[in-house]
Design a protein around this ligand. Structure first.
Ligand code: GLY
Length: 402
């Protein structure tokens, strides 16, 4: 019965959301309502709290689950917190609490990689923002200290992948910009003030070595681990060293916007803006990026809905920071375009499977997670819709924990 309701709701939604932006029929609240329904359905099928949705195999309906150490473990509790934030539904809150708890181990054991920010900020960070639970705060402060153990003062950046030091030396990836928010938060919420300095220095080094003169980003920068000397920029998940890997570019847009919000260093704001402008200028006709802008197989190449979701959030963050009204409007409008397209029948999964969104690409060169639902696409899609709602209501405040 619930499935039938979901199925019918989807058709009502599609009828309502296929209009062009500006048509009164496009309504993100309807998509949010349906997302709540879908998430409630998914919760019923997930009985083990330390297994987390990550992706869905093509042709299958249910999430493939991963353990707490997977870099994606925080996104499912994050989706639950966002869903609770929108709906106020106490059963969803209970599920969010249940799936947040097992991630605690990450804060209190040696750092395995830089993803601690994604894992803890999306789960505990949203949980703390919405509930004020002091236990969550303790875990976040411990997690920030654990993340900071990966900082290399010679290079001035956080080590992203300790397991790859033998192969790559001290390595820092653009994605790591997203993990600075946890350090900034900790430094102003009772944690060590050095966490702020680490975050700022990391952003400066990333800006110097990972942001390229063509306003795209390398995925990865390599440094001599002893001297900290920069060796080279290269790709890892993109098509080529000099190509524009879509999600990497969006981690940069969002990450530098947050780094500016917290430090007021104008160079970070300008970096975020130029990465955003470059990304928007190169979008394909339907407005959703291919997995890499320079894949020669385009247009016969998979899209990455997750990059569109991250871009929407980064642009909405930027819109709260830029003073120029035209630029503000431009970024809000671009974010609305992403959300509208993602909510359309081309990308919204409806009754197809448990995810909210179809068509994300995880690691194309490794032939992994190509053109499938991936949990972080759902997470940033929910965040973007909530941000848009806040902007609509005249509350330009950011969504994430302060
Ligand atoms: N942070 C890993 C990725 O974006 O695929």
């Amino acid at each position: 019965m619930a499935r039938l309701f979901l199925f019918l709701s989807f058709f009502v939604l599609i009828a309502c959301s296929s209009g062009k932006k500006g048509d009164s029929v496009f309504n993100p609240a309807k998509t949010l309502d349906l997302s709540v329904l879908k998430t409630k359905q998914t919760i019923k099928g997930l009985t083990v709290a330390d297994s987390f949705p990550r992706n869905i195999t093509k042709g299958k309906k249910d999430w493939n689950l991963v353990g707490v150490r997977d870099w994606c473990s925080g996104f499912w509790p994050g989706v639950l917190w966002y869903t609770y934030e929108y709906s106020g539904d106490e059963t969803i809150k209970a599920a969010a609490e249940k799936f947040t708890l097992p991630l605690k181990v990450i804060a209190y054991t040696p750092a395995e990689d830089h993803d601690i920010g994604f894992q803890i900020y999306c789960s505990y960070g949203n949980g703390y923002r919405l509930t004020g639970n002091e236990e969550y705060k303790k875990v976040m402060l411990a997690a920030a200290d654990t993340l900071a153990t990966l900082y290399n003062p010679k290079a001035g950046s956080i080590l992203s992948w300790p397991v790859k030091v033998k192969e790559l030396g001290h390595n820092t990836i653009i994605d790591n910009m997203m993990n600075l928010e946890l350090l900034f938060w900790a430094a102003k919420n009772g944690g060590d003030k050095k966490l702020y300095d680490i975050a700022v220095r990391h952003a400066e080094v990333t800006m110097k070595y990972i942001v390229r003169p063509d306003n795209a980003v390398y995925h990865l920068a390599r440094f001599n681990k002893k001297t900290g000397e920069f060796i080279k920029g290269q790709t890892h998940q993109g098509f080529a060293d000099q190509s524009m890997w879509s999600r990497g570019q969006t981690w940069g847009i969002y990450g530098f916007a947050v780094a500016y919000r917290e430090s007021k260093n104008e160079a970070f704001l300008n970096t975020s803006i130029k990465l955003a402008e470059h990304f928007l200028n190169r979008l394909p006709e339907d407005g959703i990026p291919y997995w890499d802008f320079d894949d020669p197989k385009i247009p016969n190449s998979p899209k990455d809905a997750s990059a569109a979701g991250v871009a929407a959030c980064g642009l909405l963050e930027l819109a709260t920071l830029v003073e120029d009204e035209k630029l503000k409007e431009k970024f809000i409008s671009a974010a609305e375009n992403f959300v509208q397209k993602l909510a359309s029948k081309d990308y919204f999964s409806g009754d197809t499977n448990q995810a909210l969104l179809l068509h994300s690409t995880g690691h194309y060169p490794k032939n992994s997670e190509i053109d499938v639902p991936i949990i972080y696409a759902d997470y940033y899609f929910m965040e973007a819709m909530l941000r848009l709602k806040k902007i609509e209501k005249g509350e330009m405040a950011v969504v994430n924990a302060k």
